[in-house]
Design a protein around this ligand. Structure first.
Ligand code: LRH
Ligand code: MN
Ligand code: MN
Length: 430
């Protein structure tokens, strides 16, 4: 049975205040959609079935390499992080799973963690390995790389860590390992590009060989940072080549912040779907680089266009099953509020993409009617689906206005009293 982190009576009381407006707005939206030949109930069912995973590292205040300014009641350990995720899910109902990062998340008893998660209505999505920073007591340094390091013992250590992550994930019910390496170079000439890639493949093969039968290996590319001249898995091309070489269980994960500015990410998504290699997403938004801003906060249309590709492929019967995860760093907001809001943004983009008139769009594309085609997308994107999202939350026992209800709950103040304040300091967090 589910344990409540936030008093359901408080949620009900907050919802009572908003219910009449929501009911009337929902009915009006239903009428509007009906005029466009869309059954709001069918859309609602699809939206209700959608979830995006919370990154465990997202519930603490992030930081830059310049500084970190922790907030009140920062989570002390993985159980605190899980509780914050439970609050996000109880109020927002769009985030049923958590994605862990090892060894940022440590635990003496993973089965206890799993039981606690279940009690709070949570499961586990992909598990993330970390060979981009050195851990206390580790024999070999990743300063010059991990899976692609020139030194065989360092590569072996990095492989070992990934195998340990799989073992943890198995205890938690995860079905995927996400591998992102910071390996690369900072100077022209520093690294032999082809040999580094071959070494990466050699290590990745050993990890791939250890995957349980129903697991996927998600390869995450990133254009730069921390290596600022070249990186080993720098773009979807390198990622695709690696995934192709490894086998069917290896796929490419798209973190929205990991591309050059202005790159057409929705086109990359379409290519990966076509190749059967789309692993899933790390959602966030950015203006300059891997800014890790809240999903949809800067470019909501871009997020919509990504979902437009996903919904189109599903509509056309393409078989694919992407993992949806957030990957953000919160520096100036309460991370719980940011994650609730971001999950709603992702859910909103999905809902809007479901409103695209696919038959009309197909016809416009066939007729090379660019104006009609782009109007069809805009008509969907410019529809305010807020009452629909509110209904989905309320029906599932969540809050009609999750951020307001979160503030009314005093959860952060309660955490501040129980979790000792931590000092800020210099940066260093990815
Ligand atoms: C790298 C990255 C990757 C890491 C996370 C903390 O920039 O996106 O997914 O695991 O940040
Ligand atoms: Mn990421
Ligand atoms: Mn990133």
């Amino acid at each position: 049975s589910t344990q409540h982190l936030i008093d359901p009576a408080l949620i009900a009381a907050e919802n009572d205040k908003l219910q009449p407006a929501m009911t009337s707005d929902y009915a009006h939206l239903g009428e509007q959609l009906a005029r466009r030949g869309i059954d709001i109930e069918a859309v609602r069912a699809r939206v209700a079935g959608f979830g995006v995973a919370i990154p465990s590292w997202g519930v603490g205040t992030g930081g830059t390499r310049f500084a970190r300014f922790p907030g009140q009641g920062e989570p002390r350990h993985v159980f605190d992080k899980l509780a914050d995720c439970g609050v996000i899910q109880q109020l927002g109902r769009a985030t049923p799973t958590v994605s862990l990062h090892i060894p940022w998340d440590t635990c003496n008893d993973w089965s206890e963690l799993r039981q606690t998660a279940t009690a709070w209505g949570l499961g586990f999505d992909a598990i993330n390995s970390n060979t981009f920073s050195d851990q206390k007591g580790q024999a070999h340094s990743y300063k010059f790389g991990s899976l692609s390091h020139t030194d065989a013992a360092t590569r072996a250590q990095a492989v070992e860590h990934n195998l340990a992550c799989i073992a943890i994930g198995e205890k938690l019910g995860s079905k995927a390992l996400t591998v992102w390496v910071g390996d690369g170079s900072n100077f022209p000439g520093q690294q032999h590009f082809r040999r580094a890639f071959d070494r990466y493949l050699d290590s990745a093969r050993q990890i791939y060989a250890a995957l349980p039968g129903d697991w996927r290996m998600m390869l995450e590319h990133k254009i730069c940072e921390p290596a600022f001249y070249s990186t080993v898995i720098q773009d979807w091309g390198s990622s695709f080549l690696a995934a192709q070489t490894l086998g069917p269980k290896a796929q490419c994960l798209v973190d929205l912040g990991h591309h050059a500015p202005n790159v057409n990410i929705e086109l990359i998504v379409a290519r990966l779907i076509a190749a059967g290699k789309l692993a899933g997403f790390h959602f966030n938004d950015s203006k300059y680089g891997d800014d890790d801003l809240d999903a949809g906060s800067v470019s909501p249309y871009r997020l919509f266009l990504v979902f437009n590709e996903l919904v189109a492929a599903a509509h056309e019967g393409v078989a694919f099953d992407p993992a949806y995860m957030l990957d953000q760093s919160h520096n100036v907001t309460d991370p719980i509020e940011s994650l609730i809001t971001s999950a709603v943004q992702v859910q909103r983009s999905h809902a809007q993409a479901l409103l695209v008139d696919r038959t009309a769009l197909d016809a416009a594309q066939e007729a090379n009617d660019a104006m009609t085609a782009t109007h069809l997308l805009k008509a969907a994107f410019q529809t305010d689906v807020t009452p629909l999202l509110q209904r989905v939350r309320a029906d599932a026992g969540g809050a009609i206005d999750p951020v307001a209800t979160y503030r009314a709950s005093g959860w952060r103040q309660k955490c501040a009293a129980e979790r000792p304040a931590v000092a800020g300091g210099t940066g260093g967090i990815v």
